[in-house]
Design a protein. Structure first.
Length: 510
């Protein structure tokens, strides 16, 4: 890079300055990286070491409130009279503190499995899931899922809306539910409208003639079809393409609502993009909602029906940004034949960020905590905790990664890891090459205080026991070594929120 510093590289590549806001949730002040202007990652790395997982739950609340603000502005601009319903797609992150935070921030609930409903049922009984929240139940429903839905409806949850994925599940649910049930129908996109690069979504939903059959099946019963679900895909990046793909569904909704007055909700599903993954990505959510509301309003005017309540199921958007991983460069190994050197991390990329392998082209924002003044150079990151040839980033075909020439000891922050990564990797399980899970610091707001909970790294004996070993079958050293006091301790403490001051500045660690 001819002596170009890392700061120059960021300015040139992303147009960001070394001090101030780097994107909506990352900033840098006095040479230190902050999450949401509040949490100094340098100070946390100094206090807890790396690898470290930092989850800052107020960012979830911020995302939800931000989208509700966009929707309110879009409604006004479009003269839209239907309500906006923000549902959290729990599949993105099922952690108790995450779901609880989304609900406390006003989100409704979207489920994908029997277990998901069972959790929701318990949260509803505890009052964590208020009775005025909708529950949208997606996915193909096996017997367990159907029974869990029926149990919750029987128990009295009235805003439960199973979204029918095939006629068999509708027949079962409608005949076994003895109180009125509201249903949704998920439209199966025409084969020509399915993105050949993402064919997996093709299997979901009902064809147009199956939707007609569903309507006929419920005619004369106490049940109603109230919702039309048209999900295009996940992490959509082009608003124009999204609008085109939704336009046929918008038109069909209005035509259908004219024939079926009980229909009063239009659900565009997941797919709302987030700026969590690339420093130079942004998406105008408000403009997208306004365009969709205008299209719905036009179609409704044409067919003489009311504007539907507009539902979105937000997964990545809700939780992508709230978690950061910190990993340290433990060693540098020379590349060969002109290829960049390897920065070997004290972790595993494929375990911590499985989407690097699963989602073609998936990127993450990776920034060093320090050394921004040093020359930048292309490097490849590799997970030192596995011996897997696929444990590296960037993936083939992706742009080269430039980092400071700092090498060993540098701590890197991996942003945007709060959605899907832990669910895919399996939180608390045995991982590839027995990579232990990192120390976890969870920070949440409680009134005017921040509550900080620390969970120690996964202990080897816990991993062994998941795999069926016990200390008697494996000689892993003395039992005492295996059961350090740290193993089960969850430490937590409270600290006042000082609105004006940034938390955990490195000069004043807690
Ligand atoms: C039915 C449904 N709703 C919502 C989502 C969440 O999508 P995203 O994370 O893109 O918001 C998904 C993701 O697979 C989904 O299948």
């Amino acid at each position: 890079m001819n002596g170009t510093t890392y700061i120059d590289h960021l300015a040139h590549r992303y147009g960001v300055q070394p001090e101030g806001q780097l994107n909506p949730f990352i900033s840098r002040h006095d040479g230190q990286l902050y999450l949401d202007e509040r949490i100094c990652l340098n100070a946390l790395a100094e206090q807890y070491g790396a690898p470290l997982e930092v989850s800052y739950l107020p960012l979830i609340t911020k995302q939800i409130h931000q989208m509700q603000t966009y929707a309110a502005a879009a409604r006004t601009a479009a003269g839209y009279t239907g309500a906006f319903v923000y549902a959290y797609a729990t599949k993105a992150n099922f952690a108790e503190e995450v779901v609880r935070t989304a609900l406390q921030s006003g989100a409704h609930y979207e489920t994908s499995s029997a277990a998901d409903i069972i959790i929701a049922h318990q949260l509803w009984r505890q009052g964590v899931l208020p009775a005025d929240r909708y529950m949208f139940c997606n996915g193909s429903k096996d017997l367990g899922y159907r029974k869990a839905i029926l149990a919750l409806r029987d128990a009295g949850h009235e805003l439960l809306i199973p979204i029918v994925d095939d006629l068999d599940e509708l027949a079962y649910l409608s005949s076994h539910c003895h109180v009125p049930m509201q249903f949704g129908v998920r439209v199966r996109f025409d084969i020509g409208d399915v993105d050949p690069d993402h064919p997996g979504g093709e299997r979901f939903g009902l064809t147009h003639s199956e939707i007609d059959s569903a309507i006929a099946m419920l005619a004369g019963t106490q049940h109603r079809i109230v919702l039309y679900h048209a999900m295009v895909g996940s992490q959509i990046e082009d608003a124009h393409v999204w609008k085109i793909q939704l336009s046929a569904a918008v038109e069909r909704y209005a035509a259908q609502a004219h024939k079926l007055p009980s229909l009063h909700m239009f659900n565009f599903g997941g797919g709302m993009p987030t700026d969590s993954y690339q420093l130079d990505f942004s998406f105008d959510c408000q403009a997208f909602l306004q365009t969709l509301m205008t299209a719905l309003a036009d179609a409704c005017a044409e067919h003489g029906v009311a504007h539907p309540d507009l539902v979105g199921e937000f997964g990545r958007y809700t939780v992508g940004s709230h978690t950061v991983y910190l990993m340290e460069v433990g060693a540098v190994k020379a590349g060969r034949g002109g290829a960049p050197d390897w920065y070997l991390l004290n972790g595993s990329l494929m375990v911590s960020l499985p989407d690097t392998l699963i989602v073609a082209g998936q990127q993450f924002i990776i920034l060093p905590l320090d050394e921004w003044h040093l020359p930048a150079r292309p490097v490849r990151l590799a997970g030192r905790y596995t011996c897997d040839t696929d444990d590296f980033y960037p993936r083939p075909g992706q742009p080269p990664l430039l980092l400071p020439n700092g090498g060993e000891g540098m701590v890197l922050a991996f942003f945007g890891v709060g959605a899907y990564q832990q669910m895919l990797s399996g939180r608390g399980g045995a991982h590839h090459c027995l990579t232990p899970e990192m120390r976890r610091v969870i920070i949440e707001a409680d009134g005017d205080q921040l509550v900080v909970r620390e969970t120690p790294p996964q202990h080897l004996s816990d991993i062994m026991s998941v795999l069926g070993y016990n200390n008697a079958t494996l000689d892993l050293g003395s039992r005492r070594d295996m059961q350090t006091a740290e193993r089960t301790t969850v430490r937590s403490f409270r600290m006042p929120v000082k609105r004006s001051a940034r938390m955990w500045k490195r000069t004043r660690p807690v």
